[in-house]
Each structure stands twice: as C-alpha cells, then as structure tokens.
Write a protein of this length. Structure first.
Length: 421
C-alpha cells in the first residue's frame, strides 16, 4: 500500500513539474505560438465558415420543419420526409435571398444617395464652413458660451482644406495610399473567397448531415475513453442546444430592436424611418455593437435631409440602445439560453474584450455551458440535514433572600413491616 501511494505521489509531482515547464515555455514564446495558431486558423478558416453557416442554416431549416412543414415531417413515408427537407431548404433560401435583396435594393442605394448629397453640401472654403456653423448655432438657439468656445477654436483650416483639395485633385503621392488600398482590397477579396468556400462546404455538410454526424459519433467512440463517452455526448448536446438558443434569442432581440426603432422614428417624424429601422434590425444581429453601427448610418441619412434633427436622433438612439442593452438583451438572450441577465452582460464584456465580435458570439454560449455544469455539480453535493436546536436546560431557581423557609427533604416512607415490629 505504501509503495502504491509513493508511485501516485511521484506521478502527481511529475505532472505538476511538467505542467509548470510547459506553461513557462508557452508564456516565453507566446507571440510565436499565437502566430502559429493564426496560421493554422487561416488555413482552416473556410472550413470554420462552412461549419458555422451550416449550423445557422440547419437551425432555420429545423424551425421551418417544426412550425411550417410539421405534417410532412411527421409522415412515415420516406419520400414525404425528403420532400419536407427540400421545402425547408427552399424556404431558408428564400429568406436569405429576401434579406440580401432588401440590403441591396433598399438600404445601400439610400446610403449611397445620402453620401453623395453630403459630399455636395460640404463647404468648399473656411469662410463657408464657418458661416454654415454660425447659422446652425443661431437657428438652434445655442447658448452664448458654446458660440464663444467655437470662435476661440484655433484650427488650421487652410492646411485641412489644402489636403482635401489635393486629395480630390489626385496631387497626393500615390505611394502614400497605395499600400493601404492594396491591403484593404486583398483583405476584402480573401474574406469574400473564404465566405464563398464556406457556403460551398456548408451545402455539402447539409446534404450529408446524417453521414457527418455518424462519422463524428464514431470518432468520439474511438478516441474518447468509454467511461467519459456519456459525459462527452451530454456536453456536446448541451453545447449544440446552447448555441441554437443563443442564435434564436439574438434573432428575436434584433427583430424587437428594429421594430422599436422603426415605430419610434415614425412617431417622432424622422426621415427614412423604415429604412433606418430595417438597417438597425439587421446590424443588431451583431451583439451589442451592431445596433450602434446601424444608428451611425441612420444618423448620416437624417443629417442629409434634416440636419437640425440630428441631435434629437442621437438622443433617441442612445435611449433606445440603453434600454436594449440593459433590459431587453439580457432578458431575451438570458431567458433563451437559461443564463441570468448579469452573467450575460459579464459574458458580453469579457468576450468583447478578448475577441471582439467573435468573442461575444462564443462567450455567451460558453458561459451558459459552464453555468449549467457548475449548477449540476452543486446540485449533486450531499445536502446536510439541518440540526434541530437543543432544548435549553432549565435554570436553577434561587431562593428568595427574604424567605426564612427551608426546604425539608422528603424522606422515603418507612417499611411498614419494620414499624409493626
């Protein structure tokens, strides 16, 4: 027994020393390891896109299967089930095509028109710009201290206008902007190529979904020890359900955000109310930051048509997004994934700090899984039975000081037999 105990102790010490050495090497070569992981991710990026796209499309198809084509899905005939799959796929394709068409034919042309109009309205000299700002401050009845602060500003407008004029006339050296333009073009083309490959991979995954799931199941049975297989499948099922609920809640929250924005802008009479509402709803699919992007583009549209209402538009967007970020988003997304609202906010903050938008997308489901596992572990702990409080001992009564009576001990009754004698 002692020898076995010594072997276990030596193994633990060896594992601890090995872990310390590996951790030290990782921290010393963190940049190199990070670059290696970035290189690996760049290679598998189309596959990752394909898996994510297939997951989202499958989620929408399952929604159509449960809500719209339920009778076809419940049929026992194989050809009816295949027909149900085709109908779900076509419905999902129509929804995606409708969103893309709305973005191309409704939102982008209005944004382009607004940008062109804004460029035409930009003053061509310092005097015109100053006159426009003075006129707007006077029309808005701005306080005098704001006007004085504006006139005290010492801005080198001549240099700024000279730079803009040279840029417009093409007099700036092409070498100063060629590198940035080339990098931006390369990044856009690379992202578009990876996205196209991801769509193709997603189609193949969906066409062979049963086969892919079967192979994945067999790989887990092959590489995971048997005693951990049940727990592994349970965690994977929990992960799948968590991501599905998160995406569903995110879609519902975006729909609510866009609807509230549209209704509010219509009530207060802002221009482009429907367009800004749809744009806000689409961009709200990106957690937290997406709605602010939609609000910024909406501010551009409002500024072109009614610049005097731009400040009130900013106030409206700030109030709406505060309401959404503090109440609607934690409630909708938290209830959909089974996570308290406070933990949803913490997950969003930490995920955004570590990985930006992808970090937010993965942080909330990850927190949900950890929260569920921790809750199960706590529930499995033995519950201690409450110990009933002990009865208090009766206090001894002290005789009164003024009492002269003495307690006479009561003797046992004498044996009647002895008294008779």
């Amino acid at each position: 027994m002692t020898e076995k105990h010594n072997k276990q102790k030596n193994r633990r010490m060896f594992a601890l020393v090995t872990y310390g050495i590996v951790l030290y090497m990782v921290l010393q070569n963190f940049k190199s390891i990070r670059s290696v992981f970035a290189w690996i991710f760049a290679i598998i990026e189309p596959v990752a896109y394909g898996i994510c796209i297939a997951f989202v499309i499958n989620l929408v198809m399952k929604l159509f299967r449960r809500k719209v084509f339920r009778k076809l899905a419940d049929s026992e005939k194989p050809w009816v089930n295949k027909l149900c799959t085709v109908c779900c796929a076509l419905s999902t394709l129509l929804v995606a095509a409708g969103m893309v068409a709305m973005l191309i034919f409704l939102i982008i042309p209005q944004i382009s028109t607004a940008i062109n109009t804004l460029i035409e309205k930009i003053p061509s000299s310092q005097e015109q710009l100053t006159a426009v700002i003075d006129a707007k401050l006077t029309a808005w009845n701005a306080p005098q201290f704001i006007v004085d602060k504006y006139h005290e500003l010492d801005v080198d407008w001549e240099t700024a206008f000279k730079y803009l004029t040279n840029f417009a006339d093409g007099k700036i050296k092409i070498e100063s902007v060629l590198g940035t333009a080339f990098q931006a073009t390369t990044s856009v083309l690379s992202a578009a190529t990876n996205l196209l490959l991801g769509v193709i991979i997603a189609i193949y995954i969906l066409l062979q979904k049963e086969r892919v799931l079967y192979v994945f199941h067999k790989m887990i049975e092959l590489f995971v020890p048997q005693r951990y297989q049940k727990q592994t499948f349970r965690i994977l099922h929990m992960t799948n359900q968590s991501f599905a609920n998160f995406l569903t809640g995110q879609f519902i929250e975006a729909l609510i955000n866009g609807s509230l924005c549209t209704v509010g802008l219509t009530i207060f009479g802002f221009p482009f109310a429907a367009t800004i509402g749809v744009l806000t709803g689409l961009t709200a699919l990106l957690p937290i930051i997406g709605a602010w992007i939609g609000g910024g583009i909406g501010l551009l549209l409002v500024w072109v048509v009614a610049p005097e209402r731009a400040i009130w538009f900013i106030v409206f967007i700030v109030i709406l997004q505060q309401l959404d970020g503090q109440l609607i988003y934690p409630k909708i997304v938290g209830d959909s994934v089974g996570l308290p609202g406070l933990l949803v906010l913490i997950a969003v903050i930490l995920g955004g700090g570590f990985g930006g938008i992808p970090g937010i997308l993965f942080a909330v489901p990850l927190f949900t899984i950890l929260y569920a596992l921790l809750k199960e572990a706590i529930d499995k702990l033995p519950k201690e039975q409450p110990v009933p409080p002990a009865d208090p001992e009766p206090e001894a009564q002290e005789p009164d000081a003024g009492s002269t009576s003495e307690v006479v001990p009561v003797s046992a009754p004498a044996d009647t037999a002895s008294t008779d004698k």
